[in-house]
Design a protein around this ligand. Structure first.
Ligand code: OVM
Length: 408
């Protein structure tokens, strides 16, 4: 007899001894204002059982880090969402870097790591700074909707160019990320809405990854060069370019929007940044810690194991609530305070372990370029209305951010 699945994974009865947290982490209201849920999760214990989805969840810094980085026990190859790829067909062909384990992961990770190396990113910085300056010059002194006008405008100008895309469709590029991130959640309204538009957007994305749709001087060409060298196949090169487009647009759009929100809410911290440009990089790390663009990814226990001394059966899905780990007072002290000089080394916003964000250098490069131009040109970042968040099953992004950038 085949057992009925719940959200595409094996049912899990409340494991004896594990605290029960009767909360829906994917309820739209929780996604709007998640901090009470994070606090309840950390208070429950080192690990909690969530009956609504029959999963476990970790949100204390130590257990989140340990679980998330133990790739041998808590695998990625069964999907990093609620769906267990061993039991249910994924919505798209799995990513060959995100949704695989070693040894397959080792080979593809190496190719991506090389294509996104510090040296490659250094070569992109002039374009990043020039584009940031041009975009900002068009925005100074008037009321803007900063999500579209800046947070989306900047990465969608520079990143497709960095990849070497011949076809650019800004809306599809931004929406694809949101679709991929909603897909890792349960079959709720957010996922259903995005699955309905996924075929059209995914078809455009897949076509844009072909070798003949890429220039010979971008990140895409570096990946196809690895195919020419025999390190990966041509088809795998296309899949890795798809990973650029899955993980490289919506994430940086969100990081920039969240950064602008942090500074609009904390004008003293903007003053501190203008006074000391050496704080630009630490300030972005604090934005990441404070807002955790990727709030939750999951792992799957590939064998019977334990978390915090509690037994965990094979096939268990575990929510790793990165945003909660980044707000754990045991780790951070005054986590609710946004401080550009905190230097939050070891934050979980880029993940941890062998799957830690391979694009983090380019993400930091984009933010450094933008913030370094902004501290020259922008004296104050003034809110012009309420900031509104956009609920998503895996990413915490703004939907609306009305601002005025007062020129220096
Ligand atoms: C991918 C990928 C990698 C990292 C994050 C991500 C949606 C996707 O390889 O497709 O988020």
């Amino acid at each position: 007899m085949t057992e009925t699945l719940i959200e595409g994974h094996k049912p899990l009865a409340p494991p004896p001894g594990i605290p029960v947290l009767d909360i829906d982490p994917y309820d739209v209201d929780t996604l709007y204002t998640p901090h009470a849920y994070y606090e309840a999760l950390r208070a429950a214990g080192p690990v909690a059982y969530i009956p609504r989805y029959q999963v476990l969840a970790v949100g204390r810094f130590d257990e989140t880090k340990t679980t998330f980085s133990d790739h041998e026990t808590f695998v990625s190859s069964r999907g990093i969402g609620l769906n267990d790829f061993k039991l249910e067909k994924p919505w798209r062909p799995p990513s060959i870097i995100l949704e695989v384990d070693p040894p397959e992961h080792t080979r593809t990770r190496r190719v991506m790591s090389k294509a996104l190396s510090p040296k490659v990113v250094r070569g992109l910085m002039d374009d990043f700074r020039n584009s940031a300056a041009t975009i900002l010059d068009g925005l100074l002194g008037r009321e803007i909707e900063a999500v579209v006008d800046l947070a989306e405008a900047f990465p969608t100008a520079v990143f497709p160019r960095a990849v070497g895309m011949k076809d650019v469709h800004t809306r599809h590029l931004v929406d694809y990320g949101a679709i991929v991130f909603n897909a890792v959640g349960p079959d709720n309204v957010l996922r259903q809405r995005d699955m309905a538009r996924a075929p059209e957007v995914a078809a455009w994305i897949n076509a844009a990854c072909a070798r003949d749709r890429l220039t010979d001087d971008g990140l895409g060409a570096l990946v196809y060069a690895a195919a020419d060298a025999g390190d990966i196949t041509e088809a795998e090169a296309g899949m890795l370019v798809r990973s650029f487009l899955s993980a490289g647009v919506d994430t940086t759009v969100t990081g920039i929007g969240n950064a602008l929100w942090c500074f609009s809410q904390n004008p003293d911290q903007w003053e501190a940044l203008k006074a000391d440009p050496s704080l630009i990089r630490p300030a972005f790390e604090e934005v990441l810690r404070y807002t955790s663009p990727v709030h939750t990814f999951l792992r799957t226990a590939d064998r019977d194991t334990e978390i915090g001394g509690h037994p965990v059966p094979e096939g268990t899905k575990v929510l790793c609530v990165l945003a909660s780990a980044n707000m754990d007072p045991e780790k951070w002290g005054d986590p609710e305070v946004f401080r550009v000089d905190r230097r939050p080394v070891g934050h979980m916003a880029f993940g941890a372990g062998i799957h830690g964000c391979v694009g983090q250098n380019i993400a930091r490069g984009e933010l450094e370029a933008l913030l370094s131009v902004m501290i020259e040109k922008v004296d104050r970042i003034e809110p012009m209305g309420e900031a509104i968040w956009r609920p998503n099953n895996a990413i915490r992004a703004l939907d609306k951010l009305p601002l005025k950038l007062i020129p220096s």
